[in-house]
Design a protein around this ligand. Structure first.
Ligand SMILES: *[C@@H]1O[C@H](CO)[C@@H](O)[C@H](O)[C@H]1NC(C)=O
Ligand SMILES: *[C@@H]1O[C@H](CO)[C@@H](O)[C@H](O)[C@H]1NC(C)=O
Length: 446
């Protein structure tokens, strides 16, 4: 499947180049994940980091074909680290299909992942994954459904005022229930509420004493739009506040996720903007916004640019995972067989990774690349500015003894100073890339 993604994405990227569309593909930071088709963003701010949980459309799907849930993280809103698969349909022995929109929330040091699936016996249900770490692994918390009959797209929020947790969900009609402190059971009845033209994808959040319920609705362009409503209570009644994002783009569905992070507000959604994209091959995007003084959320349109970078990336202090990506072309990622992390793989001629806003300060003298290669012949060029920009280092990737036998290659660097977009440009194939780290020029050398 991933192999298919790769060749398909590269094929279309190449087509875009031939049609003069390469600039669009190369400079965009939206969609924010390019190594596969990602859906249903559920961002969560925890430990000063944005954790972006997503669904995943299988490449080449002719209908909704979704089998696992993924995690990405960022501290600058443009470079996103891939954490791989958090859960799959196999996590729930009672589930057979439809790994649709879920959301993670933490309580008392545990992470709860609410997801809808289709049961082996048929019909939608909501289950819960649980983990001691936000990065998983998540296991089936109940061994059965939380809601056995009906229900998709759960969204969960804990009221900061009294610690009460609420879950909304639904298709055609929105429902809510109060979750107990254990986050694994509920009290009271499943209650329906009213939202203008609600289809699906509710997202519940609270800001400055106001509750917001954002959701997918029928848009005028034939695709879903995103509307929202507010209330003084988490249980409504809800007052319609209009459209946040109009019907746009090449995907029938859209799905919202909203957070505040480091003083900014961010609206996540999905569309069909990646090469090969459409209704069954969606991609997560993000826009930055500012609430009105009355607490309103402004109308936004989908952009290629995405959110601005919050702070530059430090290339010196610690290794940066190779799967930390602002934009990429061609390549994919995979999980190490021993479960110790994710690496970049399936590289071939012309593939690249863009890392945005890397601060080289007074200058770099060398770079370490952690690679594994079954055979020699690979080469990684490091460029700044663009994928055809100035070459600051060229590193040969020789055989390391196997595709999972990791070695550190050190290469001299020249001409890397100040804040730059860094590009890793790959040639050859059959090698893997785990992390990179620059060394500063010494004062004497400067
Ligand atoms: C929180 O983030 C810091 C900085 O990235 C990290 O060192 C620490 O391990 C994280 N804490 C937990 C509990 O994951
Ligand atoms: C919070 O709401 C109050 C009114 O309810 C308003 O005066 C204040 O400006 C709001 N704060 C922010 C940060 O929007």
């Amino acid at each position: 499947m991933l192999g298919h993604t790769k060749s398909m994405l590269r094929g279309i990227a190449v087509a875009a180049v031939l049609l003069g569309g390469s600039v669009h593909v190369a400079v965009a930071d939206n969609p924010i994940i390019q190594t596969l088709y990602s859906t249903d963003p559920a961002p969560y701010v925890w430990n000063n980091t944005v954790w972006l949980f997503t669904g995943h459309d299988e490449t080449g799907a002719k209908n909704y074909d979704m089998r696992d849930w993924r995690l990405y993280s960022s501290t600058d809103m443009v470079n996103w680290r891939d954490w791989g698969v958090m859960m799959s349909l196999k996590t729930f022995s009672w589930a057979k299909a439809d790994a649709w929109a879920g959301q993670v929330i933490e309580r008392d040091g545990k992470f709860y992942y609410y997801v809808p699936v289709t049961k082996n016996s048929g019909g939608y249900a909501i289950g819960i994954g649980v983990s001691d770490k936000i990065t998983g692994p998540y296991k089936d918390a109940l061994g059965k459904q939380l809601l056995a009959n009906g229900g998709i797209d759960p969204t969960v929020f804990i009221d900061d005022a009294d610690g009460q947790a609420y879950m909304y969900w639904g298709h055609s009609a929105p429902y809510y229930v109060k979750l107990n402190k254990d986050m694994l059971s509920y009290s009271g009845s499943l209650t329906s509420t009213s939202l203008q033209n609600f289809i699906e994808g509710p997202w519940l959040h609270k800001r400055n004493g106001t509750w917001y319920l954002t959701y997918s609705s029928m848009g005028s362009g034939g695709n879903e739009d995103i509307k929202y409503a507010t209330s003084t209570k988490p249980t409504g009644p809800w007052t319609s506040k209009g459209t946040i994002m109009p019907s746009q783009g090449k995907s029938f569905t859209n799905h919202a996720g909203i957070i505040d992070y480091k003083g900014g507000s961010y609206f996540f959604y999905h569309n069909g903007a990646l090469p090969g994209g459409g209704t069954y091959s969606r991609s997560v995007c993000v826009e930055k916004f500012t609430y009105g003084t009355d607490g309103s959320i402004p109308k936004m349109t989908m952009t290629d640019a995405g959110a601005p970078q919050i702070e530059p990336l430090d290339p010196y202090t610690q290794p940066v995972e190779a799967e930390t990506i602002a934009f990429s072309s061609g390549l994919t990622t995979a999980a190490k067989s021993d479960g110790t992390g994710i690496y970049v793989t399936s590289v071939s001629n012309g593939d690249y990774i863009k890392v945005k806003g890397v601060d080289f300060a007074a200058g770099a003298s060398s770079v370490d690349l952690r690679v594994a290669a079954a055979a020699s012949g690979g080469k990684i060029e490091l460029r700044v500015g663009s994928q055809t920009g100035t070459v600051i280092a060229t590193c040969a990737v020789d055989a390391t003894g196997g595709a999972q036998t990791w070695k550190t290659v050190s290469c001299p660097v020249t001409g890397a100073t100040g804040k730059q977009d860094l590009f890793f440009k790959f040639s050859g194939s059959g090698y893997n890339f785990d992390w990179w780290q620059f060394k500063k020029q010494t004062a004497a050398a400067v």
